[in-house]
Write a protein that binds this ligand. Structure first.
Ligand SMILES: [Zn+2]
Length: 432
């Protein structure tokens, strides 16, 4: 048994629907007890059980690992490619970048870089788009496994409206996806997501086969995009004149409680109602929405519709893998719409809320007895300015706010997944 001593903060309930006070547990001087891969108890230091003590000090905050509910692994190297809104940006930067993943050596290099960046930024669980390439997708799975990451990954499916070099037949796409599901879905901490990129790049035949995969493997995930940009919404209306955007996915059996759609900035009331009925979830990607000028996400309208929302970095349209930035940008996107999110709400979205969106809420996302030991040690003195700001933090709420708006990868001192240390910026002291 290992006993980690430091400050402790964890969400335990949804602060959008419960009292802020009842939504978290916080100890100024606390502990997490870990036996193997599991958390066995969490509490104030004076109630700690016996075990090997790892004292991290009061200037360290133990908190759950971050959960990124939407990102594109192959786009890591094109972050900050500027100019243009969504559809132009895809053609100008994204498709040529993704084409390079026909080379397994390139895929290996980027997969390792991505895993490095995720753990270094404290993201311990992620839902990830690959490219159309089967081998590159396998390589992303292999590297996630090597790093010990909890990851849901899918091979992108596209059979129209992209350059020829990124198109496949609907049948090949089905066969490759099926082989990948059989190889990777449910192996250790890895899961598979059936991944039509978005309605415009799939023919009805391909969407039909994506739905067939979901029927064949009911516990596999589905990920795609929806209503990110107004030109995209208009294009979907041209391609599928008889249906609204969400209906297109629904018609092919792609909406369920294991479906996560990125963005949802411009959804209609009818679409919100449909997604709610299907228990489909939304990955809100504020950094990307601002970068591509896609629009302002109506968070409260979506939550009030009963739809689960998590945060996504959406790299490479998002400009950093940092979930600190995702929280800060989510705050700002709501601020300009007249709504102030609390630090507790933001932290929930980046941890337990994201885990629930991925149907992993009973396994990860919070520090609670019985859950997987997926946690971070954040350094409250990571930079001189952060140390100065934290010094005057009068409450845990204020301390979290300082981290949200000033924190970055420098604050992530160490990270553990299933009790195993997957990242450290410096060796830890251990005393028995
Ligand atoms: Zn995306």
């Amino acid at each position: 048994m290992k006993i980690y001593r430091a400050r402790v903060f964890t969400p335990v309930a949804d602060p959008f629907t419960t009292d802020a006070d009842g939504s978290y547990v916080s100890h100024d001087d606390g502990f997490i007890a870990v036996d193997g891969s599991r958390i066995t108890s969490v509490g104030p230091w004076d109630g700690h059980p016996d075990g090997e003590i790892i004292d991290l000090g009061r200037q360290t905050l133990l908190t759950p690992g971050f959960v990124d509910t939407h990102l594109h692994a192959p786009q890591l190297e094109m972050i900050g490619s500027y100019g243009g809104h969504l559809l132009e940006w895809l053609n100008r930067y994204t498709f040529p970048t993704e084409a390079k993943f026909s080379d397994p050596g390139h895929a290996r290099k980027v997969a390792r870089a991505l895993c490095d960046e995720l753990v270094r930024h404290g993201t311990l669980c992620a839902l990830i788009f690959s490219t159309i390439h089967r081998e590159a997708t396998s390589i992303f799975f292999e590297e996630a496994e090597n790093y010990g990451l909890r990851a849901i990954i899918g091979k992108t499916m596209m059979d129209r409206n992209a350059p020829d070099y990124l198109l496949e037949s609907a049948k090949d796409s089905y066969d490759d996806s099926r082989a990948l599901i059989r190889q990777w879905h449910g192996r250790g901490l890895l899961r598979y997501a059936v991944t039509p990129r978005f309605a415009p790049t799939s023919t009805p035949e391909q969407l039909e086969l994506a739905g067939a995969l979901k029927r064949e493997f009911p516990d596999a995930y589905v990920q795609s995009h929806i209503s990110e940009n107004l030109n995209e919404v208009a294009w979907v209306r041209e391609l599928f004149p008889e249906a609204e955007y969400a209906d297109v996915y629904d018609r092919y059996g792609l909406l369920s409680d294991r479906t996560i759609l990125a963005h949802g900035v411009h959804l209609t009331e009818e679409e919100l109602e449909l997604l709610s009925r299907r228990a489909t979830r939304i990955a809100h990607c504020p950094n990307s929405n601002l970068f591509l000028g896609s629009g302002l996400f109506p968070l409260h309208r979506v939550i009030e519709s009963g739809i689960g929302v998590g945060l996504g970095s959406d790299i490479g349209a998002g400009t950093t893998p940092s979930m600190f930035t995702a929280m800060a940008d989510a705050y700002k996107v709501q601020q300009v719409q007249g709504v102030s999110l609390s630090p507790f709400q933001l932290w929930f979205l980046a941890t337990l809320g994201g885990a629930r969106v991925l149907s992993l809420g009973s396994e990860t996302g919070s520090l609670e007895s019985g859950k997987s030991a997926d946690f971070l040690a954040l350094d409250l003195r990571a930079t001189p300015l952060l140390a100065m700001r934290i010094e005057r933090a009068a409450s845990i709420e204020d301390l979290l706010a300082a981290l949200i708006f000033m924190g970055d990868d420098r604050a992530v001192r160490s990270a553990w997944i299933a009790g195993r240390q997957v990242w450290t910026a410096q060796p830890l002291n251990s005393t028995s």
